[in-house]
Design a protein around this ligand. Sequence first.
Ligand code: CUA
Length: 320
Amino acid sequence: MKPSFPLLPERASAIAGEVDALFLFITLVTVVFTVGILAALVFFAIKYRRRSDADRPEEIHGSLALELTWTLIPLGIVMVMFVWGAKVYFHMNRPPDDAMTVSVVGKRWMWKLQHPTGQREINELHVPKGRAVKLVITSEDVIHSFFVPAFRIKKDAVPGRYNVTWFRATKTGTYHLFCAEYCGTEHSKMIGKVVVLEPEEYQTWLAGGPPAESPVVAGEKLFTELNCITCHRADSAGRGPVLQGLFGRTVKLASGDTVVADEAYVRESIVIPAAKVVAGYQPVMPTFQGQVTEEQLMALVAYIQSLQVPSETRAEPERR
Ligand code: CUA
């Protein structure tokens, strides 16, 4: 068994080791400098203490070499922290393409989660070991924060926004889930657990629950019920843009800007259609703010994400 630093929680995700190594490095640098500066302080206080009333210190006119040394060495060290930190940050924020998407909605005071196959959970998340899990996180009231210490992930759940993070669990077991942003009276009770299962056990778990409707199917039904389908037709004869093959592509806007059609863009276009109007279209779409819940919005986004154009006509989607 590898020795573990007992002050840290268990490491149960692929990124945990990277986070801990960086954290250890920063801690070591901090300790070395704190001890060094303190030692120098004590040493100089004794060495240059006032010895008599007539004591006059020697005048010193500065030293370029010294100035450069104490500027460049710390600069080098903090640049190491910056580059290393940025690398880990990007790793944490870019889910792999094959990740399964779990939607997370924070609400005072519970976590509502939904699997890509439709199963819903509250304050509990079952995931397979070894599989990348992408979390699309939002809130339906105030700011919460989704925190799983054993996975070293923490991401705010912000109303009106989709925040994304991901993890790959490396060990089966049960791990704490916390809300890490004060959100009112029962903030401290907004806790839960993440259960990591072997892939076969996860399949059994999925099959064991009541039959579920996947977000894509639920989204398709909503798309029809809300009459989205009358304007967003597949044959480009509608009043709204064609949605087939949209997801992940770069879209030209009437303002001349471009935007990548990701979860956040699709969500905004449903809630505030006038915010980013596609070039060549009129801002005629009504808002659906207040008419659909966060979970329904996520279902609509999942449905639009699932819409692909037939392969022969399909343009290569641009990478994000
Ligand atoms: Cu939700 Cu604190």
